[in-house]
Write a protein that binds this ligand. Structure first.
Ligand code: GLU
Length: 456
């Protein structure tokens, strides 16, 4: 089977790690089978959708390593939806309704008080054409509902109608079409709600698998009915659990909390974000994968738990740090070059400092220390004269990984200092810091002249 998936964000805010989870599930699912990945912007809400958000989402996906094969915008596809509206109307499956939200709410309460399910009772379907004209003459415009196939002959006597599918994540699923209201597909002002454009595009773009958050499980029942009403076979569905904050709140696109853009700015590694977004709430241990291939190996949608997964930003920082501490030079090279860290010294430098970095950008600090020295260093008078004496004992070049050991041994023999009293002032004089990368690794990066220039 040719696999085609899609990630369908509405560009109304920044995507967060929970949205990235959906994008990555789709990407990895397609990648495992050489399938196609479509980025579809659900931007039918012209007021709230913004091009800047869409551009940012594309950038965020690229940063995560997701390269869509195709990008489409629903705002450019309205004629397709109009055609579907015509088709449904011809089949008598779309009907005009005139109720205001207040009227609907009142009816809902009445139904609840009568112990009836609080679904729309299809009252508008009873209107004669004269009655409709009379309502429209008052200036009311219709919104349009899709007549769900949950009855035999009489739409006012719905019966239990099970829609079933084998969910990639949740296994066997059943939704009863009699338990839901006929969905509104077109608003009063003629704009489309999400349901119809989504199904039309999934058909038109040949989407074979829809993987999305489990907040859409109920929608899926109505959408499957809509696929069939439009003479199409529904695709395979998979609904993954959602991420919440540690305190159990849902993540929101609008608040910008934990947006992918803010994680990138904070220096978090993309593979840390991808690994956590994919592996959290599954039976796999959450550890950082070096690349997408490794993550794809460990990705199995069926191993996700059905309850919400709690996301802890501290775990993300830890994964990121661990990836950096073992990051091969080749992986860091581009970023290092951008910071001006290049040339033959760049590789040994990276290998010496990576174990001390929180983020790759922090390498710039150590590069400057190694090349320019720490500037003024705070040393007591006693330490200053000790350091001077020690620097006079610096061995001749060439320097290698053994230089630090042999130098400090001779300093110890001459001055009698040992332990912290020996190492601390030397580290301070060389780097300006109390702690940092192994000096054995840093010494070969310094030459004797640069080191001598740090003699207080
Ligand atoms: N725009 C919808 C959302 O963000 C897409 C849902 C879907 O994948 O069908 O919730």
């Amino acid at each position: 089977m040719n696999i085609t998936v899609r990630f369908a964000p509405s560009p109304t805010g920044h995507i967060h790690i929970g949205n990235a989870r959906t994008a990555l599930f789709n990407w990895l699912f397609a990648k495992k089978d050489g399938g196609r990945f479509i980025l579809r912007f659900d931007d039918t809400d012209l007021e709230r959708s913004r091009r800047e958000y869409a551009d940012q989402i594309e950038e965020d996906l690229l940063w995560l390593g997701i390269r869509p094969d195709k990008t489409v915008r629903q705002s450019e596809r309205f004629p397709l939806y109009e055609r579907a509206v015509e088709k449904l109307t011809e089949k008598g499956l779309l009907y005009p309704c005139y109720e205001t939200p207040e009227e609907l709410e009142l009816r809902r309460k009445v139904r609840l008080s009568r112990r009836l399910p609080p679904v729309y009772g299809r009252e508008a379907l009873k209107l004669t054409s004269e009655e409709r004209q009379a309502v429209e003459a008052q200036g009311r415009k219709p919104h349009w509902r899709f007549l769900l196939p949950n009855f035999d002959d009489d739409p006012f006597s719905p019966r239990r109608t099970e829609v079933r599918w084998d969910d990639l994540v949740r296994g066997h699923q059943t939704v009863d079409l009699a338990s839901m209201s006929d969905p509104v597909l077109v608003r009063e002002d003629g704009t489309f709600l999400y349901t119809l454009p989504s199904v039309v595009d999934d058909i038109e773009l040949g989407v074979s698998h829809i993987i999305r958050g489990d907040d859409h499980v109920t929608n899926t029942g109505a959408q499957i009915a809509l696929f069939r009403a439009l003479d199409a076979e529904p695709p395979v569905f998979g609904h993954h659990n959602l991420l919440t904050t540690a305190s159990g709140e849902g993540l929101s696109k609008r608040t910008g909390a934990l947006s992918i853009a803010s994680l990138r700015e904070a220096g978090i590694e993309p593979m840390a974000v991808a690994s956590l977004a994919v592996l959290i709430g599954t039976s796999e241990a959450v550890t950082g994968c070096r690349n997408m291939d490794e993550l794809a190996e460990r990705f199995d949608p069926a191993s996700s738990s059905k309850s919400a997964a709690k996301f802890d930003p501290a775990e993300l920082a830890m994964l990121s740090r661990n990836l950096i501490h073992t990051m091969p030079y080749e992986e860091a090279e581009e970023q290092l070059n951008e910071m001006g860290i290049s040339g033959p010294g760049a590789r040994p430098f990276w290998n010496a400092v990576r174990g001390n970095l929180e983020k790759v950008a922090d390498a710039a600090f150590w590069w400057r220390i190694i090349r320019e020295g720490p500037g003024e260093t705070e040393l007591s008078d006693e330490d200053r004269s000790f350091v001077r004496e020690a620097f006079d004992l610096l061995p001749p070049e060439p320097w290698d990984r053994d230089t630090w050991r042999s130098w400090t041994e001779s300093v110890k023999a001459v001055t009698g200092r040992k332990g912290k009293a020996l190492f601390r002032p030397l580290r301070l004089a060389l780097t300006g810091k109390e702690s940092g990368p192994e000096l054995a690794d840093l010494m070969p990066l310094l030459n004797r002249d640069t080191a001598m220039s740090r003699r207080p």
